[in-house]
Ligand binder design. Structure first.
Ligand code: 2M8
Length: 725
């Protein structure tokens, strides 16, 4: 279990323990007192990280209530908890169906089938995966039966897309997407069964819940199902709400992939789930893609057309790998824009469930605006799958911030993060644990690697020691080198995402040219650099490229920590002197100060390199120096004419990212370790706070820091040394 955020992990575990009933977990203590279908899937994913036994029991308990036709019900009622939720078994009357289990009380609809994904997580995360194989063997036929049910009953045209027939089946109950199909249902109050909502009896603000009009329609549909005795053909004939939803189908598609891997693990053929995954993936790309909107939308089967409402559900094909590369690029633009809270935007939390720019966006109301942890958990994995690492990293860090700052709530205000709905919410706690483990496992591995590979790198490595000299005069070398760095950046750095395509760069002509130019550094005199801006740009760019050069030369795979003393050992010869990244950073750019991890200054008495020291120190360099890792600044090329604006931008993006978490409720801030390592460059602790306040865009956070200046507790965030590849 991760040591990182240990207090909060403990809190999350406590929540799951207090919602545990002995065989399964309630989504929330009062509002949802029974077992819910996809909640249990997410909860098992979190529990798989520390309690395999309970994770298995959670899933097995749910499947005990599976219907004979394979349907897995949305709710399994706890007989001891009846009387606090609506609708309950007396209202569902599922005994009308020949398929409902006689010994379990359930509702008569289903939910997004996340369970195969959860089962695979249980297998992968178990300390002894082989010991979970008997469970995998028991659950596999039940998972197959569930997916078979969906393809058989919910995909009558055999398109590879299954339909939902009630908003509760989507899990995103009052999503704006359902407004149009629901508006077709004309409610005749006289024939609508009488009912009383119970969800408003638990102290949740009604503005955060679905409206009464919505509830009338939910109940109208439910009544229709029971009048059909839950017979699918009868329902299909009379139901006005039949929707192929991108969220439901993406989860099904992704679950098929897990199911295929589970089959392999237990020695079964993976062919059936593989063929389902393929068919659904193709159908999502073809049928649910809205060319003009550039996003996936739900298809209304009554109309045979896409519902032109774009929500976060439209990004979920990324989770299933069901979007083409072009579709992924198009949706990424939307996903990473002000509509859904762009990268480092600063005044919001990724990713709200609905487009913040729409008039009916509602930051308070349930699935009509707020941020949900489960959707974001899936989206971050989807983004990672398509290589959008920086965005995925920043989302995952943002997500962790929400429960830490605002409590383990059901959903969160998209702008200021306030927690809404129920507190002590199950999947928020469970996925928090999963997120910490997923996000920081690389870092902990990095530390092991450091120990294991200490021996591989012990002497200096001069990277520009080739004989081949560039055809450029020494006076022009500085400018040519900068041009070359810029051309490397233009083709191989993704400055938006802060990533470097090391594999392609290694083989490129641009990199070869750059390497030849670096040989010319041996005859270069840094005195030819004129003015502060030119010097600053030269040394920052050179620092950033020597790091890239070192990563390529040393064939580093996942972290610069693979090569102990990386920043000290790799060097360029400039004139008669050697410069490592540490020399450039702590010697030249930081005014020859002793770095916190060494006993001496980089340049000692009589060292001529002192001539090139840049003073005073500009603390913004710390947001521009790229150390080849995920926690450092996104890589860019610095142009001496624009360097001040570029450094301003770099500082602002860093400070408005999840590297600076302001927690007013706890009277503290969590900030990047960069601020602790280089406190002096900022002018001390007090000056760091002033510096942060200058760049923060969140006014409430600014006010809090100003007011609590003296009392404020500062904690430092873990630094992620994984490669920015
Ligand atoms: C919410 O839905 C239930 C009905 O299923 C409700 O509002 O009463 C949704 O957020 C759903 O996705 C979730 O599974 C359920 C329990 O957390 O609550």
């Amino acid at each position: 279990m991760s040591r990182i955020f240990a207090d909060y992990i403990e809190k999350a575990k406590q929540i799951l323990a207090s919602n545990w009933t002995g065989k399964s977990t309630k989504p929330a203590p009062a509002l949802y007192p029974h077992q819910w279908n996809w909640d249990s899937g997410f909860i098992a994913i979190g529990k798989s990280r520390y309690n395999t036994f309970q994770a298995i029991l959670e899933i097995e308990t749910l499947f005990e209530a599976q219907w004979a036709n394979g349907m897995l019900p949305q709710i399994v009622f706890n007989p001891k908890e009846l009387g606090h939720y609506f609708p309950e078994p007396d209202f569902w009357q599922t005994e009308r169906s020949p398929h409902s289990p006689g010994n379990k009380l359930t509702s008569g609809i289903t939910m997004p089938p996340v369970h195969a994904i959860a089962v695979e997580e249980i297998y992968q995360n178990a300390s002894q995966p082989r010991r979970t194989l008997p469970f995998l063997k028991r659950i596999y036929p039940k998972l197959i039966a569930l997916h078979e049910y969906l393809y058989r009953e919910r995909d009558p045209e055999k398109e590879g897309l299954v339909y939902i027939r009630h908003p509760w089946e989507s899990g995103i109950d009052n999503s704006p997407t359902w407004d149009i199909p629901l508006s077709r249902i004309k409610i005749d109050k006289a024939s609508l069964p009488e009912y009383k909502r119970r969800d408003l009896e638990h102290g949740v603000d009604p503005n955060m819940r679905p409206s009464d009009v919505d509830y009338d329609r939910y109940i109208y549909l439910l009544d229709l199902f029971r009048r059909c005795d839950y017979d699918e053909e009868c329902i299909r004939r009379s139901c006005e709400f039949l929707i192929q939803d991108p969220l439901f189908n993406s989860i099904l598609c992704r679950a098929n992939e897990s199911l295929a891997r589970i089959a392999e693990a237990i020695g079964e053929s993976p062919k059936l789930p593989q063929s389902w995954a393929k068919k659904t993936s193709v159908a999502i790309k073809r049928k649910l893609w809205h060319e003009e909107h550039g996003i996936f939308d739900a298809c209304d089967l009554m109309k045979g057309e896409l519902i032109e409402i774009d929500t976060a559900a439209g990004f979920l094909p990324l989770f299933a790998g069901a979007a083409t590369r072009e579709q992924a690029e198009t949706i990424y633009e939307r996903l990473n824009s002000a509509s859904f809270c762009g990268l480092h935007q600063g005044n919001c939390f990724t990713i709200p469930n609905y487009d913040t720019q729409k008039e009916d966006f509602d930051r308070l109301n349930y699935w009509r605006g707020p941020v949900w942890i489960n959707i974001n958990w899936m989206l971050a994995l989807g983004l990672r799958r398509y290589g959008y690492t920086l965005k995925a990293d920043s989302m995952q860090k943002d997500l962790l911030q929400l429960p830490i700052r605002f409590g383990f709530h059901e959903y969160f205000d998209s702008f200021d993060g306030t927690g809404y709905g129920s507190d002590n919410f199950g999947w928020t706690a469970a996925l928090f644990i999963a997120l910490v483990e997923e996000f920081y496992k690389g870092e902990e591995k990095g530390l092991d690697l450091k120990r294991a590979m200490k021996k591989i790198f012990s002497s200096s490595l001069v990277l520009n020691s080739d004989q081949e000299m560039p055809d450029v005069s020494p006076e022009k070398l500085g400018a040519e080198l900068m041009k070359s760095i810029k051309s490397v950046k233009d083709s191989y750095y993704d400055t938006q995402r802060g990533l470097v395509d090391y594999e392609r760069l290694r083989q490129s002509q641009e990199f070869r040219n750059y390497r030849i130019l670096t040989n010319g550094l041996k005859e270069f005199d840094p005195n030819t650099l004129k003015g502060r801006k030119e010097k600053l740009a030269f040394w920052i760019n050179l620092y950033n490229t020597i790091v890239v050069d070192g990563i390529i030369t040393l064939k580093i795979k996942s972290s610069v920590k693979e090569a102990p003393e990386f920043f000290k050992k790799i060097k360029y010869q400039i004139g008669d002197f050697l410069f490592s990244p540490d020399d450039i950073e702590h010697g030249i750019l930081r005014g020859n100060v002793r770095p916190y991890f060494r006993l001496t200054r980089p340049f000692g008495v009589g060292d001529q390199r002192k001539d090139w020291i840049l003073k005073p120190v500009d603390p913004r360099i710390h947001f521009a120096l790229v150390c080849g890792s995920r926690s450092c600044a996104p890589i860019d090329y610095y142009d001496f004419e624009k360097i001040d604006q570029q450094l301003e931008k770099a500082a602002s993006s860093f400070i408005n990212s999840s590297e600076v978490l302001v927690l007013p409720e706890e009277g503290k801030m969590l900030i990047s370790k960069i601020f602790s390592w280089y406190e002096k460059d900022f002018g001390g602790r007090r000056a760091i706070l002033d510096f942060i306040v200058d760049y923060l865009v969140d006014d409430a956070a600014k006010d809090f820091i100003r007011q609590e200046h003296e009392r404020l507790k500062i904690e430092y965030l873990h630094y992620d040394w994984n490669l920015n590849r």
